[in-house]
Design a protein around this ligand. Sequence first.
Ligand code: HGY
Ligand code: MN
Ligand code: MN
Length: 414
Amino acid sequence: MTSKTNLTINPQRLWDALMETAKFGGTPKGGIKRLTVSDEDKKVRDWFKAECEKLGCKVQVDSVGNMFATRPGKNNALLPIAMGSHLDTQPTGGKFDGVLGVLGALEAMRTLVDMGYETNAPVMIVNWTNEEGSRFAPAMLCSGVYAGVFTPDYAYSRADRDGITLGDELKRIGYLGSEPVGSHKFQAMFELHIEQGPILEAEDKMIGVVTGVQGMRWYEVTVRGQESHTGATPMGLRKNALLASARMIEAIHQVGMAHLPGVASVGLIENRPNSRNVVPGEVFFTVDLRHPDESVLDKMEAEYRAALPKIAAELNVELEEKCIWKSPAVKFAAPLIECVRKGAQQAGYRMREMASGAGHDAAYIARVAPTTMIFVPCLGGISHNEAESTTLEECGAGSQVLLNAVLDYDRALA
Ligand code: HGY
Ligand code: MN
Ligand code: MN
């Protein structure tokens, strides 16, 4: 067994794995639609399990479908060092969001095996169920169960817009594991991810040394007016749920503009009955507020909640609103951040410290184990879009720094 400290990953092999798995849910525009615990998700999970077992890893599945692939080390009394992210995607997702973190970890593991390198502690790859929260809200759901934020039953009960539940789907695809959530312990987690924003590319930096994740809150709004005839109902007598929603969506946008670098978005909207000649009677939409500072996020929430009832009263419609998810701002573990910094230096990459605008499983895992993240650039900062793109070199750089950081952390355990 060699114990070289500068093991080199194989970027082409990583790229090939990314392209091979992109076919599970691949879309004509070159993206991926691999909604969590769908048939496509099952295919990539089965692929991932088989590849890890080929490396001699033990693959376990917990009761909300989180997958843990562990390679033994010299001292298996030590808790594993984990590398984790997610394999589920947005409906119009790209090839790299989440996937790079899991396959970049697989490439690091393949390199350890190829080189016969024996780590002190076991090394683990984790695939977290339902990071996106697109099909089943909220996001980061099953890393949240692992961190004790949600119960397994809450996760099982989450239904998609067709009324299908996460629990039913986990059972249907055969990933309702028998092992309790939280029983697969690890002593640290590193998550590799594309930045999903424009900063690294704009500054021509290869590595983001991530220090934390901003606070996030999700809400659900239902506006109820009255369906009526678009031809026979005078403008002044309407209870137009869609008009009210449009003004509310503008007000929400203004809350974001008033608290930069905070963000405020409406992403999902359902208009009923959605008929050309019926004044809309009911509209459902979702709200996503984020800011690095929780006290500012409180202000944004207060302003948003003051604006909507006023608009509802002006237009004589009913308003129902509730917060369905709060993920507070998170700071990552300084010792792990230092491992990433050293790992980037060792590989000779330009880097910069930054916080994450997007949510990640690491945000919840940081509650139960020292955690940090590594970013690489993506083209134009575009993500949650089928055009999401990175290069073989950038993916390789991320996986190399991930391996370097894990080995730096591991050497300190000797
Ligand atoms: O919403 C998020 O930030 C993550 O992509 N799920
Ligand atoms: Mn992601
Ligand atoms: Mn995402």
